[in-house]
Write a protein that binds this ligand. Structure first.
Ligand code: 5GP
Length: 189
C-alpha cells in the first residue's frame, strides 16, 4: 500500500462551496483534522471564535507573522488577512491525522514551496454561471463585495493547472467522498 499524503490543501474560487464540502467531510470522516485559520475579518452571523476562525486584530495578526507563527498567510479579496497557525497543524500531523487546509490560491502556492510533499486539491464549480449564482444567492455580501469576490474568482479559476488534482463540486456528497479518498480517509463506522 502506498502512503497517502497527510497534508492536503483544498483551494478553489470563492463560493464554490468549500465550506459545505468541508462540513460534510467533518461529519463523515472525523479523523480528518481541519486547520482553523486566523483572520482579521469580522465574524459573520453564527461564526464562532476558535471554530470557524480565530478572529484577531490587524496588530495581533502582524505579531503572529513576526513571531513566525504562520505557516502561510495572505491578504484575500484585497482586504483582510488570513493565515494558518503553524503549531496546531504540526501537532495534528505528528499525531498521524490527515490534515486539510482550506485556504486561498496565494496560500496554496506558499505551501507548495514550503511543504512540497503536500497534496494540492482544486475544488471547481460545474460552470462559471453556477459559481455566479452560488455567490449572489448566498446573500451574505454586499453587491460591491460580490463584485470584488468574482474578480478574485476569475484569477483563481485560471490557476487550476497548478494543482495536483481537480475535484468538481457537482454535488457536495460526491465531491466530499472523492476528496476523502484522495487523502486516504476512511468513513466513520
Ligand atoms: P471567507 O471570508 O469567505 O471565510 O474566506 C475568504 C477566503 O479566505 C476563502 O477563499 C478561504 O479559502 C481563504 N482563507 C481562509 N483561511 C485562510 C488561510 O488561513 N490562509 C489563506 N491563504 N487563505 C485563507
Amino acid at each position: 500500500m502506498t502512503a497517502k499524503p497527510t497534508l492536503t490543501v483544498l483551494a478553489g474560487p470563492t463560493a464554490v462551496g468549500k465550506g459545505t464540502v468541508c462540513q460534510y467531510i467533518r461529519e463523515h470522516y472525523p479523523q480528518v483534522w481541519f486547520s482553523v485559520s486566523a483572520t482579521t475579518r469580522e465574524p459573520r452571523p453564527g461564526e464562532e471564535e476558535g471554530v470557524h476562525y480565530y478572529f484577531v486584530s490587524m496588530d495581533e495578526f502582524d505579531r503572529m507573522i513576526d513571531e513566525g507563527q504562520m505557516l502561510e498567510y495572505a491578504v484575500v479579496h484585497g482586504k483582510n488577512k488570513y493565515g494558518t497557525p503553524r503549531t496546531k497543524v504540526q501537532q495534528a500531523l505528528d499525531a498521524g491525522r490527515p490534515v486539510i487546509l482550506e485556504i486561498d490560491l496565494q496560500g496554496a502556492r506558499q505551501i507548495r514551496k514550503s511543504m512540497p510533499q503536500a497534496q494540492l486539491v482544486f475544488l471547481a464549480p460545474p460552470s462559471w454561471e453556477e459559481l455566479v449564482s452560488r455567490l449572489t444567492g448566498r446573500g451574505t455580501e454586499s453587491e460591491q463585495e460580490q463584485q470584488r469576490r468574482l474578480e478574485t474568482a476569475k484569477v483563481e479559476l485560471a490557476a487550476e493547472s497548478e494543482f495536483d488534482v481537480t475535484v468538481v463540486n457537482d454535488t457536495v456528497e460526491r465531491a466530499a467522498h472523492e476528496i476523502a479518498q484522495l487523502i486516504g480517509a476512511e468513513p466513520a463506522q
